[in-house]
Ligand binder design. Structure first.
Ligand code: G3P
Ligand code: CA
Length: 375
């Protein structure tokens, strides 16, 4: 069945036993064809955000492995650089929140204050550690108050290299007998360029070594910046995804004096421009369905239709099970922020808007909601 027709059928068949919250008609729009893209080209994608970070410390091999075993179509490493130019998986280059570095006396003198993308930060930074030094650290849970169970695994895992993530991806693909995809985000590329640790060259090298630089490879490359994606569009064949935000502006545009913000890039005209170099967009959830002043879900915007009109896939971020992150009407009243609310209902409402995939910390929940929607 052609993709556009299949999507119409999915929307028609999506009246499930779970109460849905949309009051108006779903803005059904045809997603762009992805005949040449990787696994999941003809299906709605569940992307394991930082692995299965709802259940394990983020960006560890254990987190990625669990995500794949839970059925995630893609695992999502964010990458930054070590001082010796090796790409490692961390959400940001300041690592005091996700490793035990602050407890290591041998690295006490590495504490620095730096300005990264206009924000002053004090802590320990990957670019001040060789890979060998970084490998002596141990990962810890970023959100111990909300995800106390994950602290069970503090100290068990190290910081993986991108190479290792790609090897794990290949091993799991063989074992699970399906292509597990990898959805790589370059973090702070303009900053890393400024300290002569450009991320793009080692990224391309790692993809080449893993034989993954091809149009139908199980890979997306994503970034909150624009210039590096435009450059990558000239040198790699894998699909590219422009990340967007409900606030602020891309750091590369700010650095070059370009006044455009994420809001500008998220208009129909802005999305058409993104369509010149990217295959998809990763909006913040609120750009697809904003929240009202009381924290409940509002009405869907035209974002999905505008992106599809520009031949862009739409993969919003980030879906999480806990009350803390859910719309007000889907939280369990009287429960703790870390207790689970009605996350599946939230995801069903978003699937109804016509999105093509979701980033989620809880891939098992994402698979359930996706399958409910499709059945
Ligand atoms: O890459 C999609 C999503 O992960 C973007 O947000 O900050 O979690 O990397 P962040
Ligand atoms: Ca990310």
């Amino acid at each position: 069945m052609p993709r556009a027709h299949r999507r119409t059928a999915l929307l028609t068949a999506s009246v499930v036993a779970v109460p849905l919250l949309l009051t108006g008609p779903a803005p059904a729009t045809a997603a762009p064809p992805r005949d040449e893209a990787g696994p999941g080209a003809d299906q709605l994608l569940v992307i394991g955000h930082r692995g299965a970070s709802g259940y394990r410390p983020e960006h560890t091999l254990a987190s990625y492995e669990l995500a794949a075993r839970m059925g995630a179509d893609y695992i999502e490493p964010d990458v930054v650089s070590t001082s010796d130019g090796v790409l490692v998986a961390r959400h940001e280059n300041e690592i005091s929140g996700t490793t035990d570095v602050a407890e290591r006396p041998e690295f006490a003198d590495r504490r620095r204050t730096k300005t990264i993308d206009g924000v002053e930060l004090t802590g320990w930074f990957t670019e001040d550690f060789t890979l060998a030094e970084l490998r002596t650290l141990r990962a810890v849970e970023r959100l111990p108050d909300i995800r106390e169970e994950n602290t069970l695994y503090d100290g068990l895992y190290d910081v993986p290299t991108l190479d290792e993530v790609l090897e794990l991806r290949a091993e799991l693909s063989r074992e699970l007998r399906r292509e597990v995809g990898v959805y790589i985000e370059t973090k702070h590329p303009t900053y890393f360029d400024s300290i002569d640790l450009s991320l793009e060259e080692p990224l391309v090298e790692d993809l080449d070594e893993a034989e993954l630089d091809r149009r139908n490879a199980p890979v997306f490359v994503q970034s909150f910046e624009t210039a590096n994606l435009r450059e990558l569009d000239e040198v790699v064949d894998v699909p590219l995804v422009q990340l967007l935000s409900a606030t602020g502006a891309p750091a590369d545009l700010v650095a070059s004096g370009d006044p455009r913000t994420y809001a500008d890039l998220s208009t129909a005209e802005g999305l058409a421009g993104i369509g010149e170099y990217a295959d998809g967009v990763g909006p913040e959830k609120a750009q697809v369905i904003p929240r009202e002043a009381d924290g409940t879900l509002g009405e869907p915007t035209s974002f999905v239709a505008d992106a599809h009109a520009a031949d862009l896939l739409v993969h919003p971020y980030t879906f999480r099970n806990e009350n803390e992150f859910l719309p007000a009407e889907l939280r369990d009243p009287g429960e703790e922020p870390g207790d689970y609310g009605r996350a599946i209902e939230e995801q069903l409402v978003f699937w109804e808007t016509g999105i093509d995939g979701i980033f989620t910390d809880n891939p098992d929940t994402g698979v359930v909601s996706r399958d409910l929607f499709q059945d």
